[in-house]
Design a binder for this molecule. Structure first.
Ligand code: PGA
Length: 253
């Protein structure tokens, strides 16, 4: 049984004070929900405050970061290391988000190094993959995503597949209001699981969780989660409103 995982990627929004308010409002609305893992991913500057608030109020939320560098320490001005995140009780780290690939030129090889480093430090990657519109229109989405998955999972230990989350986020659906159909999301999630099954020999592929991301809202969460291959969602814009995100977390009601 894979536990559904709903993660909010707050991107470059919210000061640490605003972030605290948001997480408190959210907890107020979903504290009675069980059976769903909820992850909040604030910007780096809010991690410490959110960690404190989650701990103090015993909120049943996991803490996530939006990126990490793969080295433990060194002269890498501006970067944040896995050791630093681990010390803040960060559990999940989003890696390879399409915005990082597009604006900061992250390659599959960079993403792979980060995935390996996150696992090595006892945290769990939310590894993002997804095709641009022109690739989808040419009918090459499955192949494109396959390459990303294969490249980014190099050297991942088989016994850690249960700690891996892959987020399928078609680039044309991110922040656009245009969502993949539930059928397409489910089909690609199944495709990703079959790729993982081909790479690894043990039945670990059954444990890996696959999320859909891209314009997820309260109004479409139910149908997206209905797909048997979709184990959760990665939510951007809609996670910035406690009300909207709470309705997403309560998708089973
Ligand atoms: P969106 O972003 O929900 O605003 O489309 C999703 C994401 O970038 O993870």
């Amino acid at each position: 049984m894979r536990i559904p995982i709903i993660a909010g990627n707050w991107k470059m929004y919210k000061t640490h004070l605003e972030a605290v308010k948001l997480v408190q409002s959210l907890w107020y609305e979903v504290s009675d929900v069980s059976g769903v893992e909820v992850v909040v991913c604030p910007p780096f500057t809010a991690l410490r405050s959110i960690q404190t608030v989650i701990g103090m109020d015993k909120m049943n939320f996991k803490l996530g970061a939006q990126d990490v560098y793969f080295e433990e320490e060194g002269a890498f001005t501006g970067e944040i290391s896995p050791l630093m995140l681990k010390a803040l009780h960060v559990d999940y780290v989003i890696v390879g988000h399409s915005e990082r690939r597009q604006y900061f030129k992250e390659s599959d090889q960079d993403v792979n190094k980060k995935v390996v480093a996150i696992l090595a430090h006892g945290m769990r990657p939310i590894m993002c993959v997804g095709e641009p519109l022109e690739i989808r229109e040419k009918g090459q989405a499955a192949r494109y995503v396959e390459d990303q998955v294969v490249n980014c999972l190099q050297s991942v230990p088989e016994d850690r597949l249960g700690d891996m989350v892959i987020a399928y986020e078609p680039i044309w659906a991110i922040g656009t209001g245009r969502t993949a159909s539930p059928e397409d999301a489910n089909e690609m999630a199944g495709h990703i699981r079959r790729i993982v099954a081909c790479i690894f020999s043990e039945p670990g592929f059954q444990k890996i969780r696959i999320q859909y991301g891209g314009s997820v809202k309260a109004s479409n969460i139910k149908e997206l989660m209905a797909g048997p291959e979709v184990d959760g969602v990665l939510v951007g814009g809609a996670s910035l409103s406690a009300d909207e995100f709470a309705r997403i977390v309560r998708y089973r009601e």
